[in-house]
Design a protein around this ligand. Structure first.
Ligand SMILES: *Cc1c(COP(=O)(O)O)cnc(C)c1O
Length: 345
């Protein structure tokens, strides 16, 4: 983190911002009578506002992740954290972010929405970071570098030595999106937060935890960075039901681990079977719950699968993913159906 200085990175208006203070911010304890938030007093299960900072969820996460609750931000999907990071650190029409395509599309979209320009340093042919290219391309207005590991849509982990190299040479924030980390073994960079004040990690309840419909994303970083995100977020950004269901899921972590084990066994089987399909040219190695598969005439295979009621993601128009489909690992029955259908095409 060459010359990392958080205060010069943050937008001036955000640094000076006095955030909205909600009723539940001002009074935090337990009371008999709540007449402070203009709620309807009759119980419906949801007549009260939720905890604006989701402390119960964070307490559980704190234990599982081995960091302080104050180092955790929760949002409406990790997409909320991506948007907030850009809004907190990047001045519209002035600052920029760096992305390394092919990668998750939301970094580009959020930058575009916020009028923040983009430096795109392509991954190498084997889908790893071009660290030399990244360091050479960084500009004085580059505030954030978004890295995704395991990467979507390619499926592979980025080499940690390359991530460290970026962290060490860049004086802005390095966001490592670990949406698929549960499928990759015990390799999260959360334990590095104490060594790198410029490191931000994203995870989500949408993939391994099986709760995409809830919309709950996690961001882990220094207390200062998390404090800035909290200042800018909507006051009650995570609803009561989502907080309750997240707590239920977190205390039953073994259910998540079991699902991961089953998906990994299916991934291995599916990859083996894909190799036997005549028009499959390459199955890329995967550290995630999907595989990128290069095949002859991918768009036509995509269409034919769709006609049979099987929807995969056509990535053949994506840079460095020519002629490839991205296929999520499904249930054993779903994967069998996919393989059987591919064999008839
Ligand atoms: C799916 C995915 C997410 C998850 O986003 P949510 O808003 O939490 O559902 C984040 N990053 C990547 C790379 C993803 O593929």
């Amino acid at each position: 983190m060459a010359n990392f200085d958080l205060h010069t990175l943050v937008r001036k208006n955000i640094l000076a911002l006095k955030p909205y203070s909600s009723a539940r911010d001002e009074f935090k304890g337990e009371a008999d009578v709540y007449l402070d938030a203009n709620e309807n007093p009759y119980p419906s299960g949801y007549n009260r506002y939720p905890d604006p900072l989701q402390w119960k969820v964070k307490e559980l996460l704190s234990k599982q992740k081995g960091i302080k609750p104050e180092q955790i931000f929760l949002g409406n999907g990790s997409d909320e954290a991506i948007d907030l990071l850009i809004r907190v650190f990047c001045e519209p029409n002035q600052d920029s972010v760096m992305i390394t395509e092919p990668t998750y599309g939301m970094y580009r979209v959020c930058a575009n929405i916020n009028a923040v320009s983009i430096q795109n340093v392509l991954l190498t042919r084997d889908y790893q970071l071009d660290t030399e290219g990244i360091v050479k391309t960084v500009m004085s207005n580059t505030k954030i570098i978004f890295l995704c590991s395991p990467n979507n849509p390619t499926g592979n982990l980025l080499k940690v030595e390359n991530i460290f190299s970026v962290l060490n040479q860049f004086s802005g924030l390095v966001v490592v999106d670990e949406a698929y980390i549960d499928f990759a073994g015990d390799v999260s960079l959360i334990k590095e937060l104490k060594n790198y004040p410029n490191l931000v990690i994203l995870q989500t309840f949408s993939k391994a935890w099986g709760l995409a419909g809830l919309r709950l994303g996690m961001c882990f970083a220094s207390e200062t960075i998390i404090g800035l995100l909290n200042k800018v977020k909507y006051p009650y950004n995570v609803n009561i039901k989502t907080q309750e269901l997240a707590i239920e899921a977190l205390v039953k972590i073994e259910d998540k681990n079991k699902a991961v084990t089953e998906i990994l066994a299916e991934r291995k089987k599916l990859i083996d079977e894909l190799h036997d399909i005549t028009f499959v040219k390459k199955v890329y190695p995967s550290d995630a719950n999907f595989v990128l598969v290069a095949m002859e005439n991918a768009p036509s295979i995509y269409q034919k699968l769709m006609q049979q009621g099987i929807i995969v993601r056509d990535r053949s128009a994506v840079v460095l993913c020519e002629s490839s489909l991205r296929i999520t690992i499904g249930t054993p029955e779903e994967n069998k159906k996919l393989i059987n259908t591919l064999k008839t095409l």
